[in-house]
Design a protein around this ligand. Structure first.
Ligand SMILES: Nc1nc2c(ncn2[C@@H]2O[C@H](COP(=O)(O)OP(=O)(O)OP(=O)(O)O)[C@@H](O)[C@H]2O)c(=O)[nH]1
Length: 293
């Protein structure tokens, strides 16, 4: 159990102890002790139980909440309730000078005030939870959306592409799958730098996107490999898209950092067509094999 809350809420804790202490002092200095024979022990058990349980609620409230308006409202409300239950309990042992005595009078009032304050506090807590929930769902959506985008190229990730392929299969759509690979990328990284490598990946990705049709989807599959999914596309059409990308990359005069001389690149491509109801992992394996060849 973490007792750091005593430090966090020291003002509230001190106020509770002072209030309860002052009430007890008032009860025992102003009232007269009853004889033991008149004590109703069932009442003592019930009222004492309410007092202890209210104190336990207060303890858990302070232990689990940060300082703030909601915590103040709830702890003041519970303290009022605590005072009422304390007076209820003590009047089993102490009698007051008359029925109009001020301690009689305040016995019931704090409970009502406490209930009102707690109701207001709970209402504020409800709003606080709604705001927290809104923030959490915004953050969750951010991570969900961004985990589907490759950080370097800003293309879709391989996971997103797999979801997309599953959807095409569910809709019974056939597709052409193209794989593209930058030649000698490892060597380029070695000769220049990985920062230049990252920039090259980004520029090649831009060229891929520029040559796509609206229904096509491109993703960074791994390292220097890209995949394009082209729904309802014939082999010749898909190959034409790949050739256009190859031409665009071939003409890209890439200048590594600190070099005025352009470096030119080639990409290898392969295309396969999916069979009806074929597992997409199998199509990816086929296109991978075709590219290796
Ligand atoms: N700069 C950079 N390099 C990466 C990244 N991811 C993978 N690589 C590097 O990409 C290289 C890919 O190497 P290979 O698969 O051998 O590809 P390659 O050199 O083009 O060989 P071929 O495809 O046979 O021409 C490896 O050296 C990886 O370290 C990345 O995000 N940024």
């Amino acid at each position: 159990m973490d007792f750091l809350f005593l430090k966090r809420h020291y003002k509230i804790v001190a106020a509770i102890f002072i209030t309860v202490g002052a009430l007890l002092a008032a009860v025992f200095t102003q009232g007269q002790l009853k004889s033991g024979q008149t004590t109703d022990w069932l009442d003592v058990l019930g009222e004492g139980g309410i007092f202890v349980m209210t104190a336990v609620w207060l303890f858990f409230l302070l232990a689990s909440r940060p300082a703030g308006k909601v915590t103040y409202l709830l702890s003041i409300g519970l303290t009022c309730f605590l005072c009422s239950s304390l007076l209820d309990l003590t009047d089993e042992f102490v009698s007051y000078p008359s029925k109009e005595f001020w301690l009689y009078w305040i016995e019931s009032l704090p409970a009502l005030v406490g209930m009102v304050l707690m109701t207001w506090g709970l209402y504020q807590w409800h709003h606080e939870q709604l705001k927290l929930h809104q923030q959490l769902s915004r953050r969750e959506a951010f991570y969900r959306e961004h985990s589907q985008i490759d950080y370097i190229t800003q293309l879709y990730s391989a996971d997103y592409m797999r979801d997309h392929l599953s959807q095409l299969i569910a809709e019974q759509q056939n597709y052409a799958l193209a794989m593209l690979d930058i030649r000698n990328f490892a060597e380029f990284n070695r000769r220049y730098s990985t920062q230049d490598g990252d920039r090259l990946l980004r520029e090649v990705a831009d060229l891929i996107v520029m040559n796509l049709r609206t229904a096509d989807l491109a993703c960074r599959y791994a390292g220097d490999r890209f995949i394009i999914v082209m729904p309802n596309t014939e082999l010749a059409e898909a190959q034409e898209v790949c050739e256009q990308i190859q031409q665009a990359v071939k003409s890209l005069a890439f200048k590594p950092n600190g070099n005025n001389k352009a470096v030119y690149h080639k990409i290898a491509t392969a295309v396969v067509l999916s069979e009806p109801a074929q597992q997409f992992e199998q199509v990816i394996r086929q296109v991978n094999l075709a590219l290796e060849k």
